[in-house]
Design a protein around this ligand. Structure first.
Ligand code: DON
Length: 559
């Protein structure tokens, strides 16, 4: 009996460690249980991964109001069953009347908070266009059916979970949302929100119904557009009808590179995700990691030194490639990785001040986020990261429309060398220009195994830490042979060149490891948790293993 029990326990703990949900046909890993269930229902009804992505994204705008959105933007990597890979860039744009120094005063000093908590912090939203475009081109089920679950959840309310409640009740976000009378009506009340309390969003349900009935362009040309412009008048914002009418998504080729025989597809600029991930992993490929353990100071030192160089390059070269010339092929080449890696000492940390960007001859021609992953039974997959930037964006809700606006303008380099919300600095490549897209770190990624079959769909929120989160999950899986669950749950660390410090989660480094890293010359800072990955892995039989990070309570569903 005892033996029998222990076999059950071993089996249980084994399957728990591998993933949160396992299925033969399809899977959805997202930040919210209701949204993952909606996605799987669409898949069960015969929809493909793109249909499910549309339904999940709209439902997250209801169930995850701090990050899910229709007032923001994002990126989507799609791998079709035939192996074709494409990306859709639905990032926000700078409004037509924006200008380079709009967040500086007459002396050239940054006006505190203006790029984050004012109406002018909002870029022209791209989410609804992105979902509409993806559906038109790659979806199969009727548009209104895909919006229906989100409309119902907004109209009749959804049960708040622990994470919703924690953030809505926090002093910081209560204060932010109290600055706007429309936000206050929906998201602020005298008594604390309770777990399982229903949050009803009537205006949002009407907006979603209009989009369902008239199509995605309603947001840009219909009543919703009027409401956005009304809101701008009320709050001093600058998004105009012209901005909304001229907004377009861009379908782009993915960044594609090889890592130890796996083919990795990720997002090109205006996200820095794909290039910076390639820069990091191409350098790491020069090291045989079999010699190191994941918690050895040698490995952490080398990965951190690589990250410093990759983020220094990000700050110098990256921006919207429709506006600036980016040496893309060179930055993801093995030769460039070799040059960058050869400046690393195995014994000493290089002080970030001494690290400059790599030398590339640029040809002077022209110039709180959520991630979900979906795989369907046909073999299509979607990796989608979307955001309004900070939790609850700029805190302003569009009058009569019930959705929050983003504060994505802070992702521009508002002044050369001045850090954004995530401490990232930037340069001319990422300066504000009307209609330009601000640089992002979002890294929705899809990986094929050595045989060219779908292997992994992954991504995470977390601002500047998104890229290193995705990199560490890949390294844990591919190099350290961890299970998917272990790869995701494993403690993370992060370096972004400036500030010159290794940021790490609590209990990640033991005191001996800290001492040893200090000896290399690294400073270490413990911070709040890093990222919230939602991933799906496939084995060679095509079984789907879905995994949601326990850090923010995401949920995976498979069938
Ligand atoms: O695009 C970016 O890189 C940021 N706006 C993402 C923000 C984010 O991940 C917030 N999440 N916790």
């Amino acid at each position: 009996m005892k033996k029998f029990l222990s076999i059950i326990l071993i089996t249980f703990s084994y399957s728990f460690e591998v993933a949160n949900a396992v299925g033969e046909y399809g899977a959805v890993a997202s930040s919210k249980k209701q949204s993952s269930e909606i996605g799987v229902q669409i898949l069960k009804n015969g929809g493909n991964a793109i249909d499910a992505a549309v339904a999940v994204a709209f439902s997250l705008a209801v169930t995850h109001p701090s990050a899910g959105n229709i007032g923001g933007g994002g990126f989507m990597v799609i791998r079709l069953a035939n192996g074709e890979v494409t990306t859709i860039d639905f990032r926000e744009k700078a409004p037509l009347s924006s200008f380079k120094d709009m967040f500086l005063d007459s002396t050239g000093t940054v006006i505190p908070g203006k790029s984050r908590y004012s109406a002018q912090a909002a870029g022209v939203p791209g989410t609804v266009y992105g979902l509409g475009y993806a559906h038109e081109k790659y979806g199969t089920l009727p548009w209104d059916i895909l919006l229906y679950p989100a409309i119902q959840l907004a109209k009749y309310g959804f049960d708040l979970d622990y994470h919703n409640v924690r953030i809505l009740n926090s002093e910081r976000y209560k204060t932010l949302l109290s600055h706007d009378k429309e936000s206050m009506k929906i998201f602020v009340k005298d008594s604390p929100f309770k777990i399982n309390e229903k949050l009803i969003q009537k205006d949002l349900s009407n907006t979603l119904s209009r989009i369902a009935k008239y199509g995605y362009l309603e947001f840009y040309q219909g009543l919703t557009a009027d409401y956005i412009v009304d809101c701008m008048k009320r709050t001093g914002g600058i998004i105009s009808h012209e901005d909304l009418i001229s907004y377009k998504v861009v379908e782009r080729n993915p960044i594609e590179f090889d890592y130890r025989g796996y083919t990795i597809y990720s997002m090109p600029p205006p996200s820095s995700g794909g290039i910076t991930l390639a820069n990091i992993l191409n350098q790491l490929e020069l090291i045989d990691l079999a010699e190191y353990s994941p918690r050895s100071s040698e490995y952490i030192h080398l990965l951190v030194e690589i990250e410093k160089r990759a983020y220094a390059d990000r700050a110098e070269y990256l921006g919207d490639m429709d506006f600036v010339n980016i040496p893309l092929d060179e930055m993801i080449s093995d030769e460039y990785a070799y040059d960058r890696y050869s400046t690393i000492s195995h014994r000493r940390a290089t002080c970030s001040k001494k690290i400059n960007h790599g030398i590339i001859n640029v040809m002077e021609e022209s110039e709180e986020t959520t991630h979900f992953s979906i795989v369907d039974k046909y073999g299509n997959s979607v990796s989608l990261t979307t955001t309004i930037n900070g939790w609850f964006g700029n805190g302003i809700t569009v009058d009569q429309a019930g959705f929050l606006l983003n504060n994505e303008m802070d992702d521009f380099s508002i002044k050369p060398g001045y850090p954004n919300m995530y401490g990232l600095i930037g340069n001319e490549a990422n300066s504000i220009v009307p209609e330009k897209r601000m640089l992002s770190s979002m890294t929705p990624t899809i990986v094929e195994n050595q045989d060219g079959d779908l292997f992994l769909v992954l991504g995470s929120p977390g601002g500047s830490t998104i890229i290193t989160t995705v990199a560490q999950i890949l390294i844990n899986l591919i190099d350290f042979n961890m299970s998917l669950k272990e790869s995701v749950e494993s403690k993370r660390f992060h370096h972004q060149w400036l500030p010159d410090v290794i940021q790490t989660e609590k209990y990640s480094f033991n005191p001996d490891l800290v001492k040893s890293l200090n000896k290399y010359g690294h400073d270490i800072k413990i911070r709040s948790s890093i990222g919230e990955a939602n991933c799906i892995m496939l084995d060679t039989l095509g079984i789907k293993y879905a995994c949601s990070d326990s850090r923010r309570g995401g949920a995976s569903v498979a069938y």
